[in-house]
Design a protein around this ligand. Structure first.
Ligand code: KG4
Ligand code: ZN
Length: 346
């Protein structure tokens, strides 16, 4: 119990700073009133990936302005906020600390409760922002830069993981393949763009699966890297668009197969996608095509809510509050590694 379960016009202000976006959003009963995001992509692009220390420093510089801007856009005052939510893990520890410290300070100063949100839970909740009709149970396909899993979401707060990556996350594989093709960070959207002018003509290894619903991306990633390096050593030209297209098809195919297989096992008609790779048009297309013959509907958050944002964190906090989850104490600590608090099937 937390006392706000049945509050009308429940208004949550959330802060997200787990990686390279500093973001704040105000969500009232699942409706985004205002949001603000400051992206550091252009800074980290110089280094080909996120530099943790630089990320933390920029969060510290930006967080206050981002919160002010979100409040201004929402057209409300801080006093109208019912709870302060924050991503406390998983992510870069220094980056998380900025958001957690700021949120704790705000909660203390305003005398409002604090809600600690797991970043991946936030990605899952992004679906509720666009699809209020989506209710558990359903299959969640989690595809971010650090996590890849197929899960059965039983209730708003409980889920079971049926399969996950045994090595690299799918977003990580996109980023590493992009690097070998000399594409800028973040690699996922660049691979998708390049793949549009290619064909999937290069044979790729099957994405090895240890368990029934598990996947492994390290073999696929290595195969692409070896293909590019071997061609380079022999002085042979490669067609980068074909490499991107062949890799992308192999990478998304297994995700779609596993998500549909779990939905069929569970006799569910609903799959919802979560995380940055969910913005990928080819994944959306393949998953929808594979699900359609079984009458399974696929839900996607709008693309801007697939990648990191604070609206999804506020939405997950709303779900937790409505479910009666106790508030966090002001002793809350950031956690670089944070398990999903989900059961693991078998
Ligand atoms: O969920 P996210 O924003 O951050 C994490 O929580 O990890 O995911 C970031 C990942 C990156 O690896 C990025 O390359 C990938 O999502 N990504 C994409 C696309 N947009 C972002 N991958 C494939 N296609 C995209 N359009
Ligand atoms: Zn994320």
């Amino acid at each position: 119990m937390n006392g706000l379960e049945n509050k009308q016009n429940l208004t949550v202000l959330a802060i997200e700073s787990s990686c390279d976006e500093t973001a704040c959003a105000i969500v009232r009963d699942g409706v985004v009133l205002g949001e603000s995001i400051s992206s550091q992509i252009d800074i980290h692009r110089l280094y080909g990936g996120v530099v943790p220390e630089i990320a933390s420093r920029n969060h510290a510089v930006n967080v206050n302005a981002v919160v002010d801007d979100a409040i201004h856009r929402a057209g409300i005052t801080l006093e109208e906020v019912d709870a302060i939510a924050v991503t406390y893990g998983a992510g870069l520890i220094g980056a998380l600390l900025v958001g957690v410290s700021y949120a704790k300070g705000l909660a203390f100063a305003l005398g409002k409760p604090l809600v600690a949100v797991n970043h991946i839970r936030g990605h899952i909740a992004a679906n509720y922002l666009a699809h209020p009709d989506l209710k558990p149970p359903y299959v969640s396909l989690i595809v971010s830069g650090g996590h890849s899993a197929v899960a059965w979401v039983e209730t708003p707060t409980e889920m079971t993981i049926y399969g996950s990556t045994v090595d690299d996350a799918v977003g990580e594989a996109f980023d590493k393949v992009a690097r070998v093709l000399n594409l800028p960070y973040p690699g996922g959207p660049e691979i998708e763009k390049l793949a549009q002018s290619g064909t999937p003509c290069i044979p790729m290894p099957k994405v090895h699966t240890a368990g029934r619903y598990d996947f492994s991306y390290s073999g696929l990633k290595t195969a692409v890297i070896n293909y590019v390096h071997t061609a380079g050593q022999k002085g042979q030209a490669i067609n980068p668009a074909d490499v991107a297209c062949s890799f992308q098809d192999a990478a998304v195919g297994v995700l779609a197969e596993h998500a549909v297989a779990l939905a069929r096992e569970k006799k569910s008609k609903h799959i919802a996608i979560a995380g940055g790779v969910g913005a990928n048009g080819r994944l959306r297309q393949v998953l929808t095509e594979k699900a359609a013959p079984y009458g399974i509907h696929v839900y996607f958050p709008p693309k801007r809510f697939c990648t990191d944002n604070a609206a999804m964190i506020a939405m997950e906090a709303t779900v937790q509050i409505r479910a009666g989850t106790p508030f966090s104490s002001l002793e809350l600590d950031a956690q670089a590694t944070l398990p999903l608090k989900a059961k693991r099937a078998n």
